[in-house]
Design a protein around this ligand. Sequence first.
Ligand code: FES
Ligand code: FES
Length: 161
Amino acid sequence: MKREASRAISFVVNGAERTYKGPAFKRLIDVLREDFGLTGTKEGCGEGECGACTVLLDGKPAASCLVPVSQVHGRKVETVESLARGESLNPLQRSFLEEAAAQCGICTPGILLTAWSWVKAGGSADPEAVRKHLSGNLCRCTGYQSIVDAVVKTVKKRRAA
Ligand code: FES
Ligand code: FES
């Protein structure tokens, strides 16, 4: 146990190299929130079902409540804190604001990251395709139409730019 507790795990978080020292099986969500102070990542079910804790792992959505921190050694993690630049929202965040796609906000960081992976990868503006991509992220407040509308709007804006 002692050897495990002192193991250093290094990975890139939001573009910066970070090192964590502690139990290798600590959940990634807890390391992000408790050790690195990145509290934008939210916990819902804690069982891999709701998507609230989604981060991007090497650019792909992953449930950080299911990932032991040891599995991210040498990899790249992006949290919701990576999206805005200071006071300047990223285009997807702006669309969420304009379309009122967030209410309580618990699901929002995870949905933003799942949706951002779609937008960045050049995903289509087809609402059904967007819904399918977001199917692992649950929201109990808004219904999904405004969320899908915000993603579609962002894709269209990027294509028009
Ligand atoms: S909190 Fe991780 S999937 Fe629900
Ligand atoms: S905004 Fe409350 S759960 Fe989605």
